[in-house]
Ligand binder design. Structure first.
Ligand code: DWN
Ligand code: ZN
Length: 415
């Protein structure tokens, strides 16, 4: 039985509430009704349930989904496995280097990662610390991590799990929550557990897609049911302060279309606070006050219509088109403009558990990169545009010299 929160608050269903600060939210962008992006179908005609996909904005700087699915329905069996990627590996090295240089991590650290997926980040950390432990709710994904030697418990992390961990494993010197706090209707459930398991002088690393990048680069396809929050620095700070944590450091990167990694410590720890935080907060406020959110809404409509026309024209000229990357983003992108397998014949993706399945609603079949390269289209729609350089290089290295790539954001371009 699916558990869908169809109205944002129980107390006052007529008013949408910010789930970080309790303030009133306004609808910013309504993308209609969509299936959850990673509910891949086993046949192209399978019936699939759809739910509203609505982005709301709060004056505190938080952006959130108005309608949230239950985490158990989204993650108990999961189709996303972190891919092998040189740019991700570089990102991990950079993050780890920064944590070490600033004293948040050392060879004696015990590390726990929440939402650790197949364990790629922990695998990069393991040679540099005392111990690593992953926690992930998806049994099928945690099994892959365990098979690869990264000890991973299958759990939805909360206070109960945190207390058990603190007893059995001891408290953690570093807790990592990368791309996971946004994936829950109530991030405080996770944060409360983190506070319970964090050592008194421990550090918390939170990373998420950065809302300001999403807005500035017109990445409307970052909106899907798994992303229940779009974090600004203001929003992260609000959330942390409500749980006795202080934001002490911040790092920006290009991964996943622009991400923000924040370090927090207990407010009682007297840690020094990186000076750039106040400048970044000021910069965010300026951009938001100058209408960035409304420009994002306008750009979304313009990209959607340009993309539809571009794909229609290419098809009318007899081109075959595949998508590249069976991403969650791709499901929003293609379904929001009504593309189907008549427009996009296949979607290439390196993830074995995705291959042979179909993108929900649009019904496009997922094939391996090898198959797609051996039976190439004239044009790829880059649905994994965050790996643009890597994917184009891969296709060229496979001998596809003439294939073209449609890059949907920040503007529709053909490479
Ligand atoms: O927050 C989330 C982010 C971090 O990851 C999740 N909710 C779900 C997921 O989002 P996504 O599906 O948009 O993620 P990616 O990382 O953009 O997905 C890339 C896809 O492209 C993967 O399915 C793997 C595929 N890929 C490929 O086929 N060849 C990726 C690489 C690097 C490749 O070389
Ligand atoms: Zn708020």
């Amino acid at each position: 039985m699916l558990n869908v929160e169809l109205l944002p608050t129980i107390d006052n269903p007529a008013v949408a509430r910010c789930r970080l600060c309790g303030g009133t939210t306004k609808t910013l962008l309504d993308l209609g009704s969509m299936p959850p992006a990673n509910w891949l179908m086993t046949s192209h005609v399978q019936a699939i349930r759809e739910f509203p996909l609505v982005l709301e904005k709060c004056d505190c700087g938080n952006f959130q989904l108005g309608y949230c699915l239950d985490a158990e329905d989204l993650y108990t069996h999961y189709n996303y496995a972190t891919p092998k990627s040189p740019s991700l590996s570089e990102h991990y090295s950079r993050l780890i280097g920064h944590l070490e240089q600033n004293g948040y991590l050392n060879r004696d650290s015990k590390v726990i990662e929440i939402g650790s997926n197949v364990g790629r980040f922990l695998a990069a950390l393991r040679p540099r610390v005392r111990s690593v432990l992953g926690i992930d709710p998806a049994k099928n994904i945690a099994e892959i991590a365990n098979r690869n030697g990264i000890r991973t418990l299958v759990e939805f992390f909360d206070r109960g799990v945190a207390r058990d961990l603190a007893c059995v494993e001891g408290k953690a010197d570093l807790v990592v929550a990368r791309h996971c706090l946004a994936h829950n209707r109530d991030p405080y459930e996770i944060l409360d557990g983190i506070v319970d398991v964090l050592a008194p002088d421990g550090a918390l690393l939170i990373e998420n897609a950065y809302a300001m990048s999403t807005l500035q680069k017109n990445e409307f396809d970052q909106i899907y049911h798994e992303h229940m929050f779009y974090f600004t620095l203001h929003a992260v700070r609000t959330m942390l302060e409500r749980r006795g944590l202080t934001l002490v450091d911040v790092m920006f990167s290009d991964v996943h279309g622009g991400s923000i990694a924040c370090v927090a410590k207990r407010s009682t720890s007297n840690a020094s606070i990186a000076s750039r935080i106040s400048a970044e907060l000021w910069h965010e406020r300026e951009l938001l006050d100058r209408g960035l959110a409304q420009r994002f809404v306008d750009s979304t409509a313009s990209i959607q219509s340009q993309l539809k026309v571009t794909i229609g024209n290419l098809r009318d000229l007899g081109n075959t088109i595949y998508a590249y990357g069976a991403t969650a983003k791709g499901a929003t992108l293609m379904n929001s403009i009504g593309l189907t397998s008549r427009d996009i014949s296949y979607c290439a993706d390196s993830t074995p558990i995705k291959q042979g399945k179909f993108i929900p609603k649009c019904g496009i079949e997922i094939v391996s990169e090898e198959w797609a390269f051996a039976n190439p289209p004239d044009v790829f729609l880059l649905t994994a545009w965050n790996y643009k350089n890597e994917l184009i290089a891969k296709a060229r290295a496979a001998g596809l010299e003439r294939v073209r790539f449609i890059v949907p954001v920040p503007d529709v371009t053909i490479v």
